[in-house]
Structures are given as structure tokens and as C-alpha cells.
Design a protein around this ligand. Sequence first.
Ligand code: C5P
Length: 232
Amino acid sequence: MGKDVIIACDFESAEKTFAFLDKFTEEKPFVKIGMELFYAEGPSIVREIKKRGHKIFLDLKLHDIPNTVKKSMSVLSKLDVDMTNLHAAGTVEMMKAALEGLTRDDGTRPLLIAVTQLTSTSEERMQNELLINASINDTIVKYAENTKLAGLDGVVCSPLEAGMVKEACGKEFITVTPGVRFADGDVGDQVRITTPEKAKEIGSDYIVVGRPITQADDPVEAYRRCVREFVD
Ligand code: C5P
């Protein structure tokens, strides 16, 4: 499987997104469309970015009863994205239903990956508020195992967790990892971070990079640097 850099297009409008994507005249980066942009612009933003030739990770993190998720995934499968996701906390039954809904009549489907525990959830809050009486690492591994059992392709996790997920679920099980920063860059609000080089070493398959590229003085050069450090 090819390693790739996915740019998180966390913009509030199509206009800002296209102003950003227009800077890329030579390459067509893999882009992530999240809730902000999708809720602002609707499915048309996905079709337009696809038409420009980009691969798309539609990051909507579905979590509902199995039947609702199945039907929603069936609708999303028509958008022809390359990757989409849901919350593993929705249970194995929900994940299986999602996979069924996402699979098209001809058997093809986008990659489907699960969020284990959000990196913003601390172990303390998970235990005290969600009453999950386990360590956060055990929870992440268990949710990753559930994801594999349901037949999905992989998980979103911190790059620092990619190693233990691969150990538990095998090296073919995909890890998509946000929380990436250049060694000499701004950390921002991310906590458990690592560099593109280190993410490669740990075994991430895809890194999701937002602000280090979108807010850079030269976004194209920042993207190329990520590719040099992570892929080449
Ligand atoms: O700007 P930055 O590189 O921090 O962007 C990371 C992207 O990955 C954002 O779109 C953020 O919502 C997403 N993400 C994350 N941590 C997770 C899941 C998703 O940072 N656990």
C-alpha cells in the first residue's frame, strides 16, 4: 500500500478551499474534507474537488444506530471518495452495517477506517466521564481489534499509537495519523505529535497534515517537504 500525505482542508468555504488548492499547479494532493467544509458547502464540494483530480478522505466520523449508518454510508458511496470514516465506539455491529452500506453494487467501495479514541480524550476523562475502566492504550487496541473484526481497513490514531495498532492488527491494517508537525514548526493545540520522518519510522500509512501546510508562507513547499520526509 502506498504511503501518502493527506492535507486537512479545514476551510470554512469553497472559495477559500479553491484559493488554496489553486496554488498546486504541478501535483494533486490527497485532501481531507471535514465536517466544517462539508456542512458549509454540502456534497457539491466533494464532487468539485474530485473533478479537479484529487483523492478525497471524507472525514465525517459517523456514529449512530447501525441502520442509519448503513443508509448514510450508502449515500456517501455515491460521492466516489477514496476514504471515509466512523467511530469504532458505535460497536462492531454498526461498523459491519457501515461496510455493507458503503459497498457499491459492483463490489467496489472507498477505504473505511475507524476513529478509536479521539486524541483530545484524556485517559482521566475517559475513565471518569465515560466510565471506561481501562487504560487508554488498551481501549485503543481493543477498538482497533473490533474494527478489524468488522472487516474495516484501519484506524485513525495518533502516530505515537500506530506501532501498537500494527502490532495488534497486523501491518496491512491501515493507520491514518494526524498530529504531525515539522521538527522546527509550531505545535499549535496538538499534544501527542511527531514529525513526518518519525511517523514514517513508526509505520503510519497516511499522515494528515493541516496547519503546517495550510498556514505556511509557501504551502506547496511545505507539502513537498512532508512528501520528502514521509514518502520518499
Ligand atoms: O492543523 P492540524 O495538522 O492539527 O490538523 C489535523 C487535522 O486532523 C484536523 O482536521 C483535525 O480535526 C484532524 N484530527 C486530529 N486528531 C484526531 C482526529 C482528527 O487532529 N484524533
